[in-house]
Ligand binder design. Structure first.
Ligand code: NAD
Length: 392
């Protein structure tokens, strides 16, 4: 159970860049980080590209007005002067700012939590990895769906042979919210998503499938991706060359295969992410609209539905239990679980506790770099005419 227990000595003083009043994702960060009051305390912010809007927002959240800043550069510089300055920062801005803000944060001696997709180039990821090592800091990535308890159960069952050898990985993050292109030219949160200078080389491959790809890595850590083949389309023509739909085939080192469907033009579909892992004896299936239920299908036997919070689950799936099995959880619990792990990682790094870091399952910098590689290799494959390309 996790009801007020402390996983670290005291919460980190935490700042945020972006995530202001109009942002899609800021609320999830704040709720995730401060759910238990034991991991992070929101202390300073450069919430918004529009300083006045950001300041008003911070005041409404009852924050100290003197710690609401016009930009992240000022925030890092001013907070560094204080004995009670921030120790960690969240980068929740549009994609093109992630790299420079992350670099500046590390240089200012802060642990970082960065939004996905991490950066545009793998080389940038490797450079940040080197800087983070030099500074002794942690960089986490907000694959916000990956904290659901039953994903830990899937990982446990797969690693313990409950489905046999994994043969097929079937992934999907395909919704219909991009069918209407009006937002492409009118909505603040959509305009940068269809602008290659701000979003990078891809739209839905980066915006959506990096989440589900990380979740597959987390659930099946034994699988190593060998090759991808991607075909991508811009059904809303003005989005080209950015795709609003993509199909990816995967080949893994051990002979397993997979597929990913990423789309924002899957009209009418509200069911979001589906993950089905097929093994030689059985399959596991989960989707994020019913995150508290995990289907376990053993060939030749009745289907079982495993329910979050029940005693028969593994320890990792029960570690963050707060509600009891009778009551349903949602996305914010997933984010809170992740933020707990982020805090544990930062605390372990501060204490030089490499053993804890080695055993902690969370989206770290290496997974963020895998996400960049995933996007770029899929785009490379598609742009060469949907051919197989090596993942590494
Ligand atoms: P958005 O456009 O809705 O919000 C962006 C926010 O950043 C706004 O508050 C804006 O004012 C602020 N901002 C922009 N430039 C800034 C700057 N220079 N300094 C300070 N603030 C600045 O975008 P969004 O949908 O919230 O996405 C932001 C990031 O979060 C993206 O990288 C996106 O991929 C990611 N995201 C992740 C998830 C998830 O589940 N992890 C969900 C949605 C978005």
């Amino acid at each position: 159970m996790l009801i007020g227990e402390k996983k670290i000595e005291r919460p980190f003083r935490w700042g945020i860049v972006g995530g202001g009043k109009t942002s899609q994702v800021g609320y999830k960060h704040r709720l995730g980080a401060m759910r238990d009051n034991t991991s992070f305390v929101l202390t300073a912010a450069a919430f918004d590209i529009d300083f006045e809007r950001g300041r008003e927002f911070g005041k409404n959240l009852c924050m100290d007005e003197t710690r609401l800043y016009p930009d992240y550069q000022t925030m890092f510089a001013e907070e560094a002067k204080r004995p009670d300055g921030i120790e960690a920062v969240d980068i929740a801005t549009p994609n093109f700012l992630h790299y420079e803000a992350c670099k500046a944060a590390l240089e200012a001696g802060l642990h970082v939590i960065c939004e996905k997709p991490l950066f545009f180039e793998v080389e940038q990821g490797l450079e940040i990895q080197k800087l983070a090592e030099e500074k002794g800091k942690i960089v986490c990535v907000d694959y916000g769906f990956s904290g659901f308890d039953l994903l830990s159960q899937m990982r446990h069952m797969i690693l313990n042979g409950a489905i046999g050898e994994v043969t097929m990985v079937d992934l999907r993050y395909a919704h219909g919210f991009g069918c209407d292109p009006t937002g492409d030219t009118q909505a603040e949160g959509q305009m940068w998503r269809v602008n290659p200078a701000k979003v990078g080389r891809s739209f839905v491959l980066g915006d959506l499938s990096t989440h589900t790809f990380y979740m597959s890595e987390m659930i099946c850590p034994q699988l190593k991706l060998k090759q991808v083949l991607c075909d991508r389309q811009s059904f809303i023509k003005t989005r080209a060359p950015l795709e609003d739909n993509a199909y990816v085939l995967m080949r893994y080192e051990n002979g397993a295969v997979g597929r990913m469907w990423a789309s924002c033009v899957n009209a009418g579909d509200m069911s979001s992410q589906h993950i089905r892992i097929v093994g030689t004896k059985a399959s596991l299936e989960w989707n994020d609209m019913h995150p508290d239920e995990l289907r376990y299908e053993v060939q030749g036997q009745p289907v079982q539905t495993l329910i979050r919070g029940m005693d028969y689950l593994c320890g990792d799936a029960l570690e963050y239990e707060r509600l009891g099995a009778l009551h349903y959880t949602g996305l914010i619990e997933s984010w809170s679980n992740l933020y707990n792990r982020f805090a544990v990682a930062m605390d372990a790094k501060n204490r030089g506790d490499e053993e804890t870091l080695k055993n902690l399952v969370y989206p770290d910098l290496a997974h963020g770099i895998d996400g960049i590689r995933w996007i770029n290799k899929c785009v490379e494959s598609a742009d060469k005419g949907a051919v197989w390309v090596d993942f590494e």
